[in-house]
Design a protein around this ligand. Structure first.
Ligand SMILES: N=c1c2ncn([C@@H]3O[C@H](COP(=O)(O)OP(=O)(O)OP(=O)(O)O)[C@@H](O)[C@H]3O)c2ncn1[C@@H]1O[C@H](COP(=O)(O)O)[C@@H](O)[C@H]1O
Length: 102
């Protein structure tokens, strides 16, 4: 499973009935609800990371990635655009980037 696969699954399930699909149900609630759910999942991952529970963190991290992609879908932002942004950053240290900010 790749993030591209998951994006494709989400795009397909977005067309399903909200009665049959969590993806469709969440998207039907609108972008704000999708963002809120992503935030909840991120907080759950933070909690597991601070506890040091690797198994629970792995599970919550999966929830975070799934809900990140649903949030992007809700705003029609393509994963490819996010990856292109990361690609542009390749080769520049995060510390260099921070020091170069005006
Ligand atoms: N990867 C996921 C995925 N990860 C999490 N979830 C759902 O996200 C929902 C929210 O998770 P939570 O554990 O937070 O559930 P909750 O009910 O809010 O529980 P609490 O907050 O009370 O703990 C649950 O219903 C999970 O099943 C997912 N739902 C779908 N997918 C993928 O999307 C595909 C299509 O799913 P549907 O859209 O449901 O057909 C699936 O086959 C999977 O590949």
């Amino acid at each position: 499973m790749t993030l591209d696969d998951l994006e494709t699954i989400i795009a397909t399930r977005a067309k399903a009935s909200p009665d049959d699909s969590w993806t469709a149900k969440l998207l039907a609630k609108g972008p704000e609800k999708c963002a809120e759910k992503f935030g909840e999942e991120a907080i759950e991952a933070i909690i597991e990371a601070t506890k040091g529970d690797k198994e629970r963190l792995t599970s919550e991290a999966a929830d975070v990635l799934f809900h990140l992609l649903v949030m992007l879908k809700s705003q029609n932002v393509a994963l490819a655009d996010v990856m292109a942004e990361l690609e542009q950053r390749q080769g520049q240290s995060g510390l260099q980037e921070k020091a170069g900010r005006t």
